[in-house]
Design a protein around this ligand. Structure first.
Ligand SMILES: *Cc1c(COP(=O)(O)O)cnc(C)c1O
Ligand SMILES: [Zn+2]
Length: 408
């Protein structure tokens, strides 16, 4: 007898709308090959749970009734989620925004918000009896998968670009994942996995090619609603690579409305990409519902180096339906913002997080926000993982030096 009650009901294709049994193993829609979403019996949930989570654990599993794991003994948790929503007072004041916030996802286990998706997906995989998992990754997903795999007793293999951040390669291997490096981009890594994975019986956990990583990401929406006392912010600026964060939040808001916990109003969803890899921004500005692969993708923000997101149509739909926008920022702007936020807020952002600050500054300069708007930026990972990208200046002293160099 399960010890808990998940309202998980079935899986549904995001395109052809066909329904599938949630208790069987699925990747994409067997009919049309598109993204499958987990669907819950929200009418039943509405009648039996309330939005009072004060007695629940301070992790994303506080929302477990709205999560896909049926038996709580299958939950693989390292304490992910319920990250701080910091008020960026000094930064906000500089750019005329009184209510600027930063959701600090760098405090998650493995130092990035990828922990949420992997905790949900590995837990559900364990519940469904899956023994070996593989995924391509531009960086942080690999480390998170390897960590949760080890915590859940599941073997993992990760496929990364050879030039992925050093820390991501090292952490994945230290956690006991099998690390395969590929000369190329994440799309090349994904192609190799697609060729070798099935013969070896590996379950493919590629971004949005299975239904449960996005369930972990949707808890960001639940937390934001809870932390804002069920009044959603006016705008969310999100660094968009494969899109799970954006898509997950959008799905989460939808579920909250069906539960009657929030109304129909939504934040403007603003996607940020790098000038060197901006397929979603290009498609958005051309009014397209799908993106074209980006040629020659390059940026220091590894999580944004995704030339062709499998779920591009869902990302574009969410930007459009929210009345948001998409914007590019350069690597130079990203580095400048890492320093600016570190020095005004005491927060060491990852490049992707700094990209949301650069986007905020651009939009604020265009008068996109009103002074009373509440705006949420996302720091998706800890800047400490990328310290090697920065070259700050030091003062060199000799032992016993009383040099005039020491000015303060
Ligand atoms: C993966 C990643 C992203 C992109 O996230 P998606 O939700 O897949 O678009 C952003 N920032 C960091 C630090 C990442 O690791
Ligand atoms: Zn389908």
């Amino acid at each position: 007898m399960p010890l808990m009650n998940s309202f998980l009901d079935h899986l549904q294709c995001t395109v052809c709308r066909r329904q599938f049994d949630a208790d069987q193993v699925h990747n994409v829609c067997p009919q049309c090959g598109k993204v499958l979403f987990a669907r819950y019996d929200l009418r039943a949930a509405r009648n039996s749970i309330t939005r009072d989570f004060s007695k629940c654990p301070p992790t994303m599993w506080r929302y477990r009734e709205l999560m896909p794991v049926r038996d709580e003994r299958n939950i693989v948790s390292l304490g992910e989620g319920m990250t701080p929503l910091l008020r960026a007072t000094r930064l906000g004041r500089t750019y005329g925004c009184d209510r600027l916030f930063i959701k600090e996802e760098g405090l998650n286990p493995t130092g990035s918000f990828k922990a949420r998706g992997m905790s949900a997906a590995v837990s559900r995989a364990k519940e469904l009896g899956i023994r070996t998992i593989a995924a391509p990754s531009a960086g942080n997903a690999a480390g998170a998968l390897a960590a949760y795999g080890s915590a859940g007793g599941i073997e993992t293999s990760v496929f990364m670009p050879a030039d992925a951040p050093g820390i991501n390669k090292i952490e994945s291997a230290v956690y006991g994942g099998k690390v395969y490096l590929v000369e190329g981009l994440i799309s090349d890594a994904a192609n190799i996995l697609r060729r070798v994975g099935p013969q070896r019986g590996w379950f493919d956990l590629s971004t949005l090619k299975e239904p449960y990583r996005v369930e972990g990401k949707k808890t960001i929406a639940f937390e934001l609603a809870e932390q804002f006392d069920w009044q959603l912010p006016d705008a969310i600026i999100y660094p968009t690579g494969g899109g799970t964060g954006m898509i997950g939040m959008w799905k989460g808001f939808d579920e909250l409305e069906q539960l009657g916990w929030i109304g129909a109003r939504r934040p403007k969803m603003i996607a940020v990409q790098a000038t060197g890899c901006a397929p979603i921004v290009r498609a958005c500005h051309e009014g397209k519902t799908q993106s074209e692969p980006w040629q020659g993708a390059h940026t220091i923000a590894a999580g944004l180096r995704v030339p062709h997101a499998f779920a591009d149509y869902l990302i574009l739909d969410c930007i459009c339906a929210s009345g948001g926008t998409a914007i590019t920022v350069s690597d130079d702007e990203i580095v400048d913002c890492v320093y600016e936020v570190a020095r005004s807020e005491g927060l060491f952002m990852c490049p992707e997080g700094a990209a949301t600050v650069a986007a905020f500054k651009q939009l604020a300069a265009q008068g996109y926000f009103r002074p009373e708007h509440s705006v949420v930026l996302f720091n998706t990972g800890s800047g400490l993982k990328y310290a090697e990208l920065l070259k700050p200046e030091f003062q060199q002293l000799e032992p016993g030096d009383r040099s005039t160099l020491i000015t303060r």
